[in-house]
Design a protein around this ligand. Structure first.
Ligand code: HEC
Length: 144
């Protein structure tokens, strides 16, 4: 009886170990939001999509009601597409990346025409991959 218990325990432990190694191996290949995606948003989107703040005596509100400076507000979305800024698992339903891929002349192309460089196709693919993988922010919370 004791032996069976020990064996079962050993089996459970072995299972646990192999499980953790596979998941961490998968994590290693996953897109890291804070390292890989956040810098793109900071560079191209933050100036219009940050929490309301004062700049040179002027109140700056997030455009379209959309903030991209925190995990919760990214998921919350903006005025036109609430809950559809990032739809985990569905890049084609996620306006965050759809707007980036629109032609420059489209009203909803982001950043808007003349307000910054288009996001490169490689970076658009990276963001799509992050969304497909479940749009995890890891430990990053950003501005609440
Ligand atoms: C120069 C300012 C500016 C920059 C930079 C900018 N945006 Fe916008 N964004 C706007 C404005 C203005 C609107 C509202 C557009 C409208 O209602 O027609 C908007 C709206 C949006 C919306 C729709 C929100 C909703 O639900 O109504 C998304 C998504 C968006 N932007 C994403 C981005 C992303 C992603 C970036 C960076 C690649 C970005 N924007 C950069 C000005 C900007």
């Amino acid at each position: 009886m004791k032996n069976t218990l020990a064996l079962t325990l050993a089996a459970v432990l072995a299972l646990g170990v192999s499980f953790t190694t596979t998941t961490s191996a998968q994590d290693a290949g996953k897109v890291d939001f804070e390292k890989q995606i956040l810098p793109i948003l900071k560079e191209s989107c933050f100036k219009c999509h940050e929490k309301e703040h004062e700049d040179n005596g002027k109140i700056k509100k997030p455009k379209g009601g959309l903030r991209l400076d925190g995990a919760a507000v990214i998921m919350k979305g903006g005025k036109e597409y609430p809950e559809e800024n990032v739809v985990a698992g569905k890049p084609d339903a996620s306006w965050l990346v759809k707007t980036m891929a629109l032609p420059d002349t489209d009203d909803l192309a982001m950043p808007p025409e003349g307000k910054g460089d288009r996001i490169t196709p490689a970076n658009i693919d990276l963001i799509k991959k992050w969304i497909t993988e479940g749009a995890s922010f890891g430990a990053w919370k950003g501005v609440e």
